[in-house]
Design a protein around this ligand. Structure first.
Ligand code: ADP
Ligand code: MG
Length: 766
């Protein structure tokens, strides 16, 4: 025990695990008593635990842990380890539990969910995708059932009724995006009966670092119908003729492109001698910029693929096709024009919410991840969350080799192929992690040429990827995958059924090869973590070259290395440290981006919450009628006499909501233009955030008064038709279709998270 306990004790930066560890003995004692109870009696014990409020006192907490442990043993055949109970208690205290891959975070989260649910909290377990939401909910269902709590899940395909039912359960599993889209769609409700998502209580966030850090900046957007975008074929044709390096230049980091003076001349002449920078023709300049961006920065098969006559985005960080996703309208149309495709329809943004704001709605937040400490600062700064580092149940014996550094990309590739050949000869399974889909494809081709058969995980759906990655531990298997593909799926040695486990263990277990370091050490660690799960043998190594994007982007001036051997390897420790240095720069930039979004969104969030509060009062407290009764007393009185109080209240609600929503959509468009304009006006001179706030704040002044005045004006015009007030004739329109998507907040950058998602097309949701 003593040795075990010492290993469990927290790491620097972690909250103290002492109070949890102290309880372990009591929990075991309680467990013995619970073993003797029937299933029905266990359910009874659970119900009794629910007869109090949060937080649990120590006695009840011990009882809860023992109960969860016994219930899991009976229903899932898995008796939670001490580490899982510690994780569960950390979650109940509102922390982020750091537990390595394969340590059983699904069950840990479920036990905590029970704890919250028994005490009357509505729990949302947030996953990174639909596949995992459904898998985990169904997997844990027997446990929940025995303990008398209801569980539901939501996926992209769920109907409104299914969603309502899932949200009505005590515990609801959903992907972050589906939840966000439901929240956004609720903002269009004109009657309380249309609402789907209940008030937020507790969020348990799986893969918390991905959700809270990597995807935090991504806004989820709700858009309403409009017409197809105009194709800019002429502009696409024009930029196609421009000469790279002469007519236009791409920045070193590949995120920006601009016309040179020569290019400006060429374009102006081609457009019939216009002045691109003349004040009247600003749209012309942005059209050229969009076409050029599509042409020079977005590459087919890296950023998108063309399939069935449509542009399908590749989600770079996940390395898969993002179904129904799109870039912001202008850019989408520009890429479609570049590829000679029919333009798809455009829409007006009705509202949006960032993942970060979505999560911050929950008064109680907690989560689990394999890598919390690496983002401890951000979890604290943006979410007021602390990390609890929990050692693995069995010590990790994975061997992490030192990076191998090469002068050129070609030499690195050569070295990796040689390494794969050598390791594969022993039958040891190999998992190679690449930076993106295109790289996976290239490398797979190269391996096959060398006679090495491999499986490539590419742009398939999450369920298929899970099935493939689950077999990555098969004897003799070589799997090539991006870092994120198949996440959440366990890699068991010897294949998913562990048929060959002993044989694979003898080879040394799964061998992970990183094909280049990622923009953060956390992502490196996640890849490594694929090997050595639950005390399994395993190994990892990263191959890096001086020509890797990470180095050329972040340390472009790094020159003068000495190659140590004929195959191009560099062993100079100073140079190897350079790689870490480049990674730290990349990490710093991502953090800066996050902060920046945070700052932009703060002002927008404040303004939105003013509108939402007003909306809530109109929906639930009849604020619309009360205001109109004051603003137009005579009309109000007359209409009540004609059609009755209830009908007037209905019309007042619809008219008031219409103007609130209309006003907010217009304000949104204004803010989007403002931001884009600030970007185009060009960076550097003034602080863009100051510029933004300088215009955004006054533009919102008087918003509510204006909406109210317009509602009153429309109310005066209402006419009675067949005993009803005809709000449509007076001008109240609701969007005929809406759809939702995720947008990178900086439309003109193409970094790792330049992910634009377009997900659904549902009004009335069914
Ligand atoms: P993580 O999310 O931490 O990577 P999972 O929740 O996917 O891990 O669980 C990994 C594997 O460990 C699963 O196959 C699960 O069945 C198994 N597992 C979890 N908890 C236990 C336990 N207490 N005893 C035995 N197996 C467990
Ligand atoms: Mg997991």
């Amino acid at each position: 025990m003593a040795e075990g306990v010492r290993r469990l004790l927290g790491k620097p930066g972690s909250v103290s695990l002492q109070p949890y560890i102290k309880l372990l003995k009591t929990i075991e004692e309680r467990e013995e008593a619970l073993r003797k109870l029937s299933d029905a009696e266990l359910t009874e014990v659970a119900t009794e635990l629910g007869n109090a409020e949060l937080p649990y006192d120590r006695d009840d907490l011990a009882e809860l842990c023992a109960l969860g442990r016994e219930a899991a043993r009976r229903t899932l055949g898995e008796r939670p380890f001490d580490t899982q109970l510690i994780g569960m208690m950390a979650l109940l205290d509102g922390h982020v539990a750091e537990m390595a891959t394969g340590e059983g975070k699904t069950l840990t989260g479920a036990l905590a969910a029970v704890g919250f649910a028994l005490r009357g909290q509505r729990v949302h377990v947030l996953s990174v995708n639909d596949y995992l939401a459904r898998r985990d909910a169904e997997w844990m269902r027997p446990l929940y059932t025995l303990l008398g709590v209801e569980v539901g899940w939501i996926s992209q395909e769920s109907t409104t009724e299914e969603r309502r039912a899932a949200y009505a359960a005590d515990i609801t599993y959903a992907s972050v995006s589906e939840l966000g889209f439901d929240v956004l769609r609720d903002r269009l409700a004109t009657d309380v009966s249309e609402l789907v998502v209940p008030e937020p209580n507790v969020a348990i966030i799986d893969e918390a670092d991905s959700v809270l850090v990597d995807e935090a900046r991504v806004p989820l957007v709700l858009a309403g119908a409009a017409e197809p975008a105009e194709s800019d074929a002429a502009m696409a044709e024009l930029v196609r003729r421009l000469r790279p390096g002469i007519d236009y230049k791409v920045d070193d980091d590949g995120r920006n492109v601009h016309l040179t003076d020569t290019g400006i001349n060429v374009v102006e002449k081609a457009l019939g001698g216009v002045d691109l920078f003349s004040a009247e023709d600003t749209t012309l300049l942005s059209r050229v910029n969009l076409a050029l961006h599509a042409h020079a920065l977005l590459h087919r098969d890296v950023h998108y693929v063309v399939r069935d006559g449509k542009v399908r985005l590749i989600n770079e960080s996940r390395g898969r096709i993002a179904l129904l996703q799109r870039w912001p309208d202008g850019l989408q149309a520009a890429v479609e024009a570049k590829e000679h495709l029919t333009p798809s329809e455009t829409g007006e943004v009705l509202d949006s919410i960032t993942v970060q704001s979505l999560v911050l709605r929950y008064p109680i937040r907690c989560g689990m991840t394999g890598t919390a400490m690496a983002v401890a600062e951000q979890l604290r700064e943006f979410y007021e969350l602390e990390g609890a580092v929990i050692a693995p149940n069995k010590p990790n014996i994975r061997i992490d080799e030192e990076d191998r550094l090469y002068a050129t990309a070609e030499e690195k590739e050569e070295a990796v192929v040689e390494k794969v050949k050598e390791v594969h000869a022993t039958g040891r399974p190999i998992l190679i992690g690449t930076q993106d889909v295109a790289e996976s494809e290239r490398l797979a081709k190269r391996l096959r040429r060398a006679g090495l058969e491999c499986v490539v995980l590419n742009a398939k759906n999450d369920a298929e990827e899970a099935a493939v990655i689950a077999e990555a531990g098969t004897y003799g298997r070589i799997t090539v995958s991006t870092q994120m593909a198949g996440r959440g799926t366990d890699i068991r040695l010897g294949g998913s059924d562990m048929r060959d486990r002993d044989r694979v263990v003898k080879t040394g277990g799964l061998y992970v090869i990183g094909y280049g370091r990622y923009p953060s050490s956390r992502l490196d660690d996640q890849l490594r973590g694929r090997a050595g799960r639950q005390g399994d043998p395993g190994g990892s190594v990263f191959y890096v070259s001086v020509e890797d994007d990470l180095i050329t982007t972040n340390l472009p001036e790094a020159k003068g290395y000495r190659v140590s051997s004929a195959d191009g390897e560099i062993t100079d420790p100073a140079w190897k440290e350079m790689v870490n240095h480049a990674q730290r720069i990349a990490e710093g930039q991502l953090l800066e981006l996050h902060r920046n979004t945070w700052r932009y969104n703060q002002i927008i969030d404040v303004q939105r919450s003013v509108v939402l509060e007003q909306r809530r009062a109109v929906l639930h407290e009849d604020l619309g009628s009360r205001q109109l009764a004051v603003d137009c007393p005579e009309t109000y009185q007359r209409l009540v006499e004609e059609v009755g109080e209830e009908e007037v209240a209905r019309a007042a609600r619809l008219v008031t909501l219409y103007h609130l929503d209309r006003g907010w959509a217009d304000h949104n468009a204004f803010l989007a233009d403002l931001r884009e304009g600030i970007h185009l006006r060009f960076l550097g001179r003034r602080d863009p955030l100051d510029e933004f706030n300088r215009d955004a704040v006054p533009a919102f002044k008087g918003f509510l008064d204006e909406a109210r005045a317009r509602a009153a004006e429309m109310f005066e015009k209402l006419e009675v038709v067949d005993g009803r007030l005809d709000v449509a004739a007076a001008g109240v329109k609701r969007p005929s279709t809406t759809w939702t998507y995720m947008v990178q907040d900086q439309p003109f950058s193409t970094d790792l998270e330049n992910i634009v998602g377009r997900v659904k097309n549902l009004m009335g949701r069914d």
